[in-house]
Design a protein around this ligand. Structure first.
Ligand code: GDD
Length: 305
């Protein structure tokens, strides 16, 4: 299959490109500044238009966009311009040039917006009430995509993904932030504390290998019966428990200091996804246990210190 990845140089894009190549697919990697790849800028609609017109891929995966919830509070209009208007530009180019292909859009569990109960994770039919600029930008783009899908009978797919982590993720996301501090502390062998933000929030974490497996299953599926699919573990863990587990795995006896600067204007207390739909339809499931996944991530950060 000929697969165009828009946002190929990011954490997910890099891992997805490698995994698809190993499976024998032709990968067309596109990003803003990636050596040897096609030029794509979500902020410049003509770049997607040109790529779709000339490359005519069978499948397009739209990963590009701003991904930090915390940072989105600092620039709400900018995130809308990029994540919403930019994505809609890609949908329009798709309808113009490759209407018979499949377009997969990376949405977010943040779209649900409010807390779910620990026992009852969100399913795809639950109402979304996005509560930060990032969540609203993703949800708005997905809503427009759904409208266009209905009108044009297009093969549009919207994934609502839970928090990801693993080797290759940059700092700015909670597990990378903690793992990098732990690795540096172990290297320095000092008594400095680990700093953290809101430890009370609960999130559903997915290791990168399981995220990639979900994308591959969606890409390779002959037909899909639904527009939206949740992809998450369905087992929310408190950030405090997560940090304690990481300290235990690494053998790093460290004090934790709360840094008020790391708190957000609003932080959804519990986010967790019921992924029954993708499990039943595409036989996707979580395969990497959390402890193993954290060990691999901590090893990655140790090797970079
Ligand atoms: N980043 C970060 N750093 N978050 C911290 C820290 C810290 O030092 N300490 C506590 N937290 C808390 C945040 O307040 C939040 O409640 C939780 O840890 C997770 O934060 P992030 O890793 O920044 O992720 P996120 O939940 O805001 O968003 C991620 O997941 C979404 C899907 O649920 C991003 O990857 C989004 O792009 C993605 O859509």
């Amino acid at each position: 299959m000929r697969i165009l990845i828009l946002g190929a140089s990011g954490f997910v894009g890099t891992a997805l490109g490698n995994a698809l190549s190993v499976r024998g697919h032709e990968v067309l990697a596109a990003d803003v500044d990636m050596a040897g790849s096609f030029h794509f800028d979500l902020a410049v609609p003509e770049t997607a238009d040109k790529l779709l017109q000339t490359l005519k891929p069978d499948t397009i995966v739209l990963l590009a966009g701003a991904s930090s919830v915390g940072a989105s509070w600092k620039n709400p209009s900018g995130i809308f311009e990029l994540n919403t208007t930019g994505a809609i530009g890609v949908f329009e180019s798709f309808l113009k040039h490759t209407p018979d292909s499949r377009l997969i859009f990376a949405g977010s569990s943040e779209e649900y917006g409010r807390a779910c109960s620990i026992e009852k994770p969100f399913n795809e039919d639950d109402i979304c009430t996005p509560s930060n600029p990032y969540a609203l930008s993703k949800h708005s783009a997905a809503q427009v995509m759904k409208m266009l899908a209905g009108k044009n009978s297009s093969d549009f797919v919207h994934l609502r993904l839970a928090n990801h982590f693993g080797p290759g993720q940059r700092k700015g996301f909670v597990i990378a932030d903690f793992a990098s501090q732990i690795a540096e502390k172990i290297k320095r062998q000092d008594n400095s504390p680990i700093t953290a933000g809101n430890l009370e929030a609960m999130r559903d974490f997915l290791f990168i290998d399981d995220v990639i497996d979900a994308y591959i299953k969606v890409i390779e599926a002959k037909r899909l019966s639904n527009f939206t699919y949740n992809v998450g573990a369905g087992k929310p863990i408190a950030i405090k428990t997560l940090l304690e587990l990481m300290l235990e795995i690494s053998g790093c006896g460290s004090k934790i200091v709360i840094d008020p600067q790391k708190f957000r204007q609003a932080d959804t207390p519990v986010l967790s996804l019921d992924s029954t739909r993708i499990k039943n339809e595409l036989k996707w499931q979580v395969t990497v246990p959390l402890k193993t996944a954290l060990e691999r991530t901590l090893d990655y950060w140790s090797s970079r210190c």
